[in-house]
Ligand binder design. Structure first.
Ligand code: HEM
Length: 187
C-alpha cells in the first residue's frame, strides 16, 4: 500500500487520540519499519492491516467501524491533494456535479490521474453495474480486500457533495468482490 495511505491512517489516529496512542500502536504492531512512511513509497499491505487490527484492539473499536470512519474522513483530503494534478480538459468533458458522477468515474480518476504521480500504483477496481436517478450499483474488486474502507470513502464522497445517500453492502462482505448499492432512500 502506498505510503500516503499509511500517513493518512496515522494522522487520523493522532488527531483523535494523540501522539502517545499512535506511538504505542506502532510499537505494538511490530512493523517492518519504525512507522515512518514517505507518501510516494510502497509498503507491505500486511503492515497496513496490522496497524488497523492493533488500533481496533487498543481503542476497543470494531475494525469495521474504525475503517468506515477513517475512510469517511479521508476522502476529502485525498481528493483535494490530487485535484491539482487532474487533467482539467478531461474534467470539462465529464461534468462531475454529484457523488454518482464522481463514483462512476473512479477507475478513470484513480488510473489516469493518480498514475501520473505514482506510475506503479495498485488500485482497486470499481465496476458500475447499474445506474439510474436514485440508485447506483458498484462492484469493488481488490486483492487487498478492504470493503469497509471503500464504504467509508464512498460515504466521504457523498458528504463531500453534500448529499444524503445510503451505502449498503449487498453480499457477504467476506466474499472476494463487494457489491455496493448506493441509494437515495432505504428500500
Ligand atoms: C469514493 C471514492 C473512493 C473510494 C471508494 C476509494 C477506495 C479505495 C480503497 C478501498 C483503497 C485501498 C486499496 C485497495 O482497496 O486496494 C484505495 C487506495 C487508494 N486510493 Fe482510492 N478511493 C476513492 C477515492 C480516491 C481519490 C479521489 C483518490 C485520489 C484522487 C484516491 C487515490 C487512492 C490512492 C493513491 C490509493 C493507494 C493506492 C496504492 O497503494 O498504490 N482514491 N482507494
Amino acid at each position: 500500500m502506498r505510503g500516503l495511505m499509511f500517513n493518512y491512517l496515522l494522522e487520523y489516529i493522532e488527531s483523535r487520540h494523540g501522539y502517545g496512542v499512535v506511538d504505542a500502536i506502532i510499537e505494538e504492531s511490530e512493523l517492518d519499519n519504525d512507522g515512518s512512511y514517505a507518501d510516494g513509497g510502497m509498503y507491505k499491505d500486511a503492515d497496513f492491516i496490522k496497524l488497523i487490527a492493533t488500533t481496533s484492539e487498543t481503542l476497543k473499536i470494531p475494525t469495521i467501524q474504525f475503517l468506515e470512519s477513517f475512510g469517511k474522513q479521508t476522502f476529502s483530503p485525498l481528493y483535494k491533494k490530487f485535484m491539482t494534478i487532474y487533467d482539467h480538459d478531461v474534467y470539462k468533458q465529464n461534468t462531475i456535479s454529484s457523488a454518482f458522477d464522481f463514483i462512476v468515474m473512479l477507475n478513470t480518476i484513480h488510473y489516469k490521474e493518480v498514475t501520473k504521480l505514482y506510475p506503479d500504483s495498485i488500485f482497486p477496481h470499481f465496476d458500475i453495474i447499474n445506474r439510474n436517478d436514485s440508485t447506483l450499483e458498484v462492484i469493488y474488486r481488490s486483492k487487498r480486500h478492504l470493503p469497509f474502507l471503500a464504504k467509508g470513502l464512498l460515504e466521504g464522497c457523498i458528504a463531500y457533495f453534500d448529499e444524503v445517500l445510503i451505502v449498503e453492502i449487498q453480499n457477504d462482505s467476506k466474499e472476494k468482490n463487494t457489491h455496493f448499492i448506493i441509494r437515495k432512500e432505504r428500500a
